[in-house]
Ligand binder design. Sequence first.
Ligand code: DGL
Length: 262
Amino acid sequence: MAERPVLVFDSGIGGLTVLREARVLMPDRRFVYVADDAAFPYGNWEERALKTHIVGLFGRFLARFDPEISVIACNTASTLAIDALRKAYPRRRFVGTVPAIKPAAERTRSGLVSVLATPGTVKRQYTRDLITQWASKCHVRLVGSVGLAALAETYLRQGFVDEEAVRAEIAPCFVEMDGRRTDIVVLACTHYPFLANRMRKTAPWPVDWIDPAEAIARRAFSLLGPGEGAAVPAGPDPAVFTAAEPDPAIRRLIQGFGLALI
Ligand code: DGL
């Protein structure tokens, strides 16, 4: 019998940054990628409606794919709905994605850290609690970006990115205070690592950009342990995009990630 898959979920293509790392760590696992692109961007949704939407959606996908574990590869969804998902589906296992505030606080030398995220993640109590718990000695600037996730989508779908728009979106992350400067920017949206090169290019000074994808994949791996190897069928893993008409660029893109639309 083939092993049950690992479900990787995001509002769009951002979760592919996590899938990429998960495949490296777990080459003998099967994956299912689910993108709720019909509802993208999650960052601008009202909280209650989004939570209800995500919990409902998972009911369908858990029944359809019966995953061994589900990785919520989306900060905006995770910081809002991970507790509700665990409560609604108590026999299922979930790995969440939350802003990497703790590692940033441990690593910063200047004490100035910025968290770049969707407006939804920036607003969350969950995010505020992480700062109180782990970064009370740092100056943390929360930067809610309205357009960056969409810029990453356009970049991956069409191969184009407006560098001036990236520059404008990241500019508030760079703070100078009492002769010190921001030295760490937490990428608290799984879409953003796709724009990392453009961010480096348009940043006013060099900083460390924390991409949590590998840590999330490691967490999933530690919960699952090594697979059994032999049962993995050859060929692409399935991907579901919830928009009725997935655009042709998506087909090409996900093919490059070893996925096939179903
Ligand atoms: N990839 C998602 C995250 O990590 C957000 C994108 C969206 O706004 O839907 O937060």
